[in-house]
Ligand binder design. Structure first.
Ligand code: SF4
Length: 60
């Protein structure tokens, strides 16, 4: 799978707290999925997806 943060992101930082390996906060204070999703971090990526308050993390 690949993760993608859509335009609904409000910059709460939750995904970055849960899985900083994949989710980074950019200069605008919004999240970007910059890291690769691997077998090791996939569960954390899914947890971040489920925890995002605005459902901004999509699976591609
Ligand atoms: S958890 Fe959702 S709203 Fe919060 S920073 Fe991540 S993508 Fe944005």
């Amino acid at each position: 799978m690949k993760a993608y943060v859509n335009e609904s992101c409000i910059g709460c930082g939750m995904c970055n707290s849960i899985c900083s390996e994949v989710f980074e906060m950019n200069a605008e204070g919004l999240a970007e999925a910059t890291g690769a999703v691997t077998a090791e971090n996939e569960a954390s990526v899914r947890e971040a997806m489920d925890s995002c308050p605005v459902g901004a993390i999509e699976e591609q």
